[in-house]
Design a binder for this molecule. Sequence first.
Ligand SMILES: Cc1ncc(COP(=O)(O)O)c(C=O)c1O
Length: 425
Amino acid sequence: MNLSERDQQAIWHPYTQMQLADPPVPIVRGEGVYLFDDTGKKYIDAISSWWVNLHGHAHPYLAQKIAEQLQKLEHVIFAGFTHEPAIVLAERLLAILPANQSKIFYSDNGSTAVEVAIKMAVQYWRNKGVTRNKIIAFEHAYHGDTFGAMSVSSRSEFTHPFTDLLFDVIRIPFPGKGREQDTIDQLKTHITKQQSPVAAFIFEPLVLGAGGMLMYDAAVLNQLIKHCNENHIITIADEVMTGFGRTGKHFASDFLESQPDIICLSKGITGGTMPLGVTSCTHDIYAGFLSDDRDKTFYHGHSYTANPVACAAAIASHELLINEECRQSIQRIAASHTGFIKKNKSNQMLKNLRSTGTILAMDFETSEPTSYFHSLRDQLYHFFLERGIILRPLGNTVYVMPPYCITDAELGYVYDAIERFSDNK
Ligand SMILES: Cc1ncc(COP(=O)(O)O)c(C=O)c1O
């Protein structure tokens, strides 16, 4: 049996209808922006392997730092014990996160970073003796697949088997162009009329990822945060996707005047090498848990919290990220995306061309409405795969979110394939 057949005997894949899906492509190695399958065919990883990879695959520096850490200390319980990689990483993150962030809480993926944030916000109020447990979130939001993260995510095909078990959330419209004021007004109305007062507002800053790469302005988010601040509502920025340069700055929050109280990070934090989650918070949130009363403790932790190897990978990735070469690559990719949008302004097949930093997205025009289950999705996916490009359209929405090491020629190859598909339609 080959790898693909053995896989099908033993493995159940994520987000995959196993009865309908094609056999998975066995990847045997990676190098830079490329992944290589078992026949030697190479693919440009134009979506950074579910948005995690920053510096390219099998990066020698990351590999070296991970190997060094593995030989020193692979893991240690993080309650009652600590280690240098976790401390160094926390110090470095606090140095680049918005200035109001004061403490780093570790977990091990994006969903857990969000769970931690929600639990922190709810327990913060409980610790103060105040009943505030409602959470405000955007329509089309995606915050992960665990129950709390699903609850604050938009209700969709992803969540509908669990609807009865998810907690209720106050949903406000996505503040797309022309709809900003409606979103602001609805937030204000909900805050004033809520019987059970609002604990927190959670949002993906500037770009809603899995909900369709929907982009919106920092100006409206500033107003929403400002209004929350005035009403003592905790603001939670889910930067799991937008963190670590994707939007052109370290964090999408860097575009904001009003800083969030809690920030969730994961994905790119280790450069795409090891699972790691971070939830950072202000001193005020942290101080809300300090007490002689043990009931006010934050009883949350995962076995692999602050795994030293993952922390070492994140430190190494951060060193690469702050390198001038990487900063320039991010700006170069952002400028290329803008060029692509300009060039295709009058392309009738490509609608809603948009970009934020290194994230480019567009909707393929058809008679069907834009949706995750759009019939064009599989055609697009296979068209790109045949040409050695990994793009994973969200229905008829195609987006490009490459590792920062992608060259202009490689980006050009991806753009060209998108234009070709649109020509053939
Ligand atoms: C904004 C956002 N939050 C949370 C998550 C969940 O992260 P993970 O898949 O690591 O659980 C994702 C994943 O796509 C995300 O895009």
